[in-house]
Design a protein around this ligand. Structure first.
Ligand code: FES
Length: 215
């Protein structure tokens, strides 16, 4: 059920590592991009491509909350409420988003376009708190004003929450920094490029990922 492109990318991941199993996590993330989540058939297909058992692949897919084993909103807005973000107003951010989107955390809009998630998962962007993740993109420094702009953007439907998703993190899209996960620009203030062990890039390793679903 995976696209040929995804299968080729997974094959390339497998070739990167001495132990093919190491490619399992990035391969599952690639597979998730196809359908937005990981149906059992997709997990089984990834397992076959990587050369591990379906049980092993399923174990990993259900361990990390950023891997989704059930269908969700087209745009998933995950608000980090870990302590550093909490100290910078994550509960206010969550409440403002819930009010603006007219859904409670854990719910999805009636059209299935937007899902709001409260998560205790640290996204490694504590120094840019409060923040949330829109699918694979980060929205940071979410002041009340920036949050209002984000809500307008999400509600407009025209951007699907991804306007400027690949833009340089200069805060021009909605008054917030917009950084794709894995982009080393997430290391410092907007415009800086120095890598950081706590930046979004760290998500590629299991050490920064936490288990469980939304808190
Ligand atoms: S605590 Fe929220 S990103 Fe780290």
């Amino acid at each position: 059920m995976l696209t040929q492109d995804t299968r080729a990318r997974i094959a390339a991941e497998v070739r990167k590592y001495p132990q093919p199993r190491t490619a399992l996590l990035p391969s599952l993330k690639l597979a998730q991009r196809d359908a937005g989540w990981l149906p059992p058939d997709a997990i089984a297909e990834v397992a076959e491509l990587v050369g591990v058992s379906s049980a092993s692949a399923n174990e990993l897919a259900t361990f990390y909350s950023m891997l989704r084993t059930r269908p969700g909103g087209e745009t998933v807005v995950e608000v980090c409420v870990q302590l550093p973000c909490a100290l910078r107003g994550s509960e206010r951010l969550l409440a403002q988003l819930a009010h603006g989107l007219e859904i409670a955390p854990g719910e999805m809009t009636a059209d299935g376009r937007i899902e709001l998630v409260r998560t205790a998962e640290c996204f490694g962007s504590c120094h840019r708190a409060p923040m949330c993740r829109l699918n694979d993109d980060y929205r940071e420094f979410l002041t009340p004003e920036a949050t209002d702009a984000l809500i307008r953007e999400l509600r407009s439907g025209g951007t699907n929450g991804r306007a400027g998703a690949h833009a340089v993190a200069d805060g021009t899209a909605s008054g917030t920094a917009v950084i794709e996960a894995g982009d080393p620009r997430g290391a410092g203030p907007p415009g800086e490029t120095a890598p950081s062990p706590h930046g979004p890039d760290a998500q590629n390793g299991p050490d920064i990922m936490t288990r469980g679903g939304a808190a």
